[in-house]
Design a protein around this ligand. Structure first.
Ligand code: BGC
Ligand code: BGC
Length: 669
């Protein structure tokens, strides 16, 4: 039913300190920031009338203006606040009383049991608390669906972005992300903190696998991911789409090794969360460039600033600015110059990285808001954030115009998501989560992501009927092949998700498979050896080469995980040597988030070498290309170094001499 009330005149006057807002009823409400007495509470909806903002027939901008005009300062600040589910689950009434705008699931923050229905029930339970607020403003729920809805047990787990970059297939990536969106939204969350449009320049970075590759051109070509998540114009409200997030703005992949954790001020990561020590021109080319099409062509709905700092070399080093407090880039470049009209969501406690140890929390809040952050991911500090921001508005450190701009941006996306009409989870597609149709697309993505680096003696594909001898730490480990951001933040070797390992895939397709992880069992006569080596799971700075070692998932029993070295483990290296000595031919598959250095003498003994990346739940896709059921077509998304000392190594470098260059990839039929 359409409202009969005439739309408000376009007279949303906002001035510093004082806002005069005209509501549709003509009632002028003067809200002087900080003076509670002057703050009259504008009209709330009554059951009988449909207010303009509730009228789905009106243009979004009109609905936003109407709703904004009815909101108190407290309600506005609430909309700018995002809590972790762990902070509100025991008492969701905080959502109502604080008027929270959003809740997130951080990595591994899942309901019990971890099922699609329990997710949907959980999100709906929080949503009921939001709908009980005075103006019934729905929550938007965010989650890291960075390779499928990886937190959800039973979701289709796709290759991490580095593998998708290897496919060079933007249309496939769009389908992958459409499925990711469907599985995410069907289980409640309407917002994905994806894709990372980072350009990973130094593979020692623990987040290399979240990158589509080392060139901005490749990353930009894969921004069809945004279309897959959000759909085209007007499709965001559909039950199979989610709001996307381009992250981490900007230069997360361009930090200098040794400057991690903001030069040691906020932790001990060697390169993650570090400082970009580059010229302004380099920063434009490698950090900012991917955001131009993300905003202008793909209309991404949200952007997340980076934990990193930027320190231009042009004016000399020594004046780094954290991206969360970078008004020139967040407001000036992104919003004003590029015309980004979505909203900016801070990273997890991101504002705490503004002058850590120097700035007070209040200063961090003020700098973050004034830099242009619209919503604040303050997982457990949300209540303090609210009181702090309120006091800073009262002090005129933050203008009400800035608050109104932030809230308008957030509300715009909520309207576009259709949340006001359909706040609760549409479970139509719940039964399709992890379906065989979805897994088939993942399997195709895995096939196309495999990069054949070396294929001497026409070793691949393996001829039918040849016995296959399989070894190595990653042949039969679904946890390792899924990597980080799977069930838990860091993932885990012992994490089990529905799907198939590479060994499963080989066994299902081939009659004669022997498996011996350490290669201790004898190699049958005439067998081709397949040694699947690689990394164990990690996320963020715990994956930095030389970084701290995670030990804190229950299954870790406080035992630190293996060091990150970009080299084969001793056990894998020994398995390679044994199998390559005993088998008629040997193939080595590297299951990892980045290239691993293989010494020249060992490489010479290997007939076939494949970069398998982190394929996810569908290991059969790897078996398909090994057995010639699908061709090898993948191309390297990053340069493959000869030595660790070559890092950072990227195409176009002077004296570029990698083991395998960017774009390399042999093909089979
Ligand atoms: C990561 C983000 C992620 C957020 C929420 C942060 O630590 O940097 O990429 O979206 O956590 O889990
Ligand atoms: C959360 C992640 C988050 C990280 C930030 C973890 O505890 O689970 O989602 O990205 O903290 O440091």
């Amino acid at each position: 039913m359409r409202s009969t009330a005439s739309p408000p005149p376009r007279r949303r006057l906002v001035a510093l300190g004082t806002a005069v807002v005209l509501t549709t009823t003509g009632l002028a409400v003067t809200a002087t920031a900080g003076s509670a007495a002057a703050q009259r509470v504008p009209a709330a909806p009554s059951a009988a009338t449909v207010l303009p903002y509730e009228d789905a027939g009106l243009p979004t901008s009109q609905r936003v203006a109407d709703l904004l005009g009815r909101m108190t300062l407290d309600e506005k600040i609430g909309q700018m606040t995002q809590a972790e589910r762990g902070g509100i689950d025991a008492d969701p009434s905080q959502i109502t009383t604080l008027g929270l705008g959003s809740v997130l699931s951080g990595g591994g923050s899942v309901p019990t049991p971890n099922t699609p229905t329990a997710w949907a029930d959980m999100v709906d339970r929080y949503q009921r608390a939001a709908m009980a607020s005075r103006l019934h403003i729905p929550l938007v729920y965010g989650v890291d669906s960075v390779h499928g809805h990886g937190n959800l047990l039973g979701a289709t787990v796709f290759p991490h972005n580095i593998g998708l970059g290897a496919t060079r297939d933007p249309a496939l990536v769009q389908r992958v992300e459409h499925i990711t969106a469907e599985e995410t939204r069907a289980s409640g969350p309407q917002w994905a903190f994806a894709p990372c449009v980072c350009v990973a320049r130094d593979d020692r970075w623990g987040r290399t696998y979240e990158s589509f590759g080392e060139t901005p051109e490749l990353v930009e070509s894969m921004e069809t991911a945004i279309d897959g998540l959000q759909g085209g114009a007007g499709q965001l409200k559909d039950n199979d789409r989610v709001l996307a997030t381009a992250k981490h703005f900007a230069g997360d992949g361009l930090t200098t090794y040794g400057t991690g954790s903001n030069s040691g001020k906020s932790g001990d990561y060697p390169i993650d969360q570090g400082v970009d020590r580059v010229s302004r021109a380099t920063f434009d080319r490698l950090a900012l460039a991917p955001y131009v099409p993300a905003v202008k062509e793909h209309h991404v709905g949200s952007v997340m600033p980076s934990y990193s700092d930027v320190d231009w070399t042009d004016d000399g080093l020594g004046n780094p600015v954290n991206m969360h407090g970078n008004a020139d880039l967040v407001t000036g470049w992104l919003k004003q110059q590029q015309g980004f009209d979505g909203f900016v969501i801070s990273d997890y406690e991101g504002i705490h990285h503004i002058q850590p140890g120097v700035a007070s929390y209040a200063t961090q809040v003020v700098e973050g808001v004034n830099a242009g952050i619209d919503m604040f991911m303050e997982p457990y500090d949300f209540a303090t954030f609210i009181t702090t921001l309120k006091a800073e508005v009262a002090d005129h450190s933050v203008s009400t115009a800035r608050i109104d701009d932030a809230v308008s941006r957030i509300l715009t996306q909520k309207f576009e998501l259709g949340l006001f009409e359909h706040p609760y989870t549409d479970r139509t597609h719940l039964g399709e989560i992890g379906s065989s149709a979805h897994r088939a697309v993942a399997r195709t993505a895995v096939q196309k992501s495999q990069v054949l680096l070396k294929n001497d003696r026409a070793t691949l594909p393996i001829a039918p009927g040849r016995p296959i001898y399989v070894a190595g730490s990653n042949a039969d480990s679904i946890g390792n092949q899924a990597g980080g951001w799977t069930l838990t933040w860091q993932g885990g070797s012992t994490n089990v998700i529905p799907g198939h390992t590479i060994l499963d895939g080989l066994r299902a397709a081939h009659g004669k498979v022997t498996f011996s992880e350490t290669a201790a069992a004898p190699v049958p006569r005439g067998a081709v050896g397949v040694v699947v080596v690689g990394e164990t799971p990690y996320a963020e700075g715990f994956g930095d080469v030389g970084g701290p070692r995670w030990a804190y998932d229950p299954a870790d029993h406080n035992q630190p995980r293996p060091e990150k070295t970009m080299r084969l483990s001793d056990a894998d290296s020994a398995a390679v040597d044994r199998v390559c000595a005993a088998a008629v031919k040997c193939v080595v598959l590297v299951v990892s988030g980045r290239p691993l250095v293989i010494p020249p003498a060992q490489l010479a003994r290997i007939d076939g070498l494949v970069a398998s990346w982190l394929p996810g739940s569908e290991g059969e896709g790897v078996a398909d290309v090994l057995l010639g059921r699908a061709p090898f077509t993948g191309k390297l998304p990053v340069s493959w170094p000869r030595t660790l000392a070559q890092e950072p190594i990227n195409v176009g470098d002077p004296g570029y001499d990698p083991a395998f260059p960017y774009g390399w990839g042999l093909t089979t039929r």
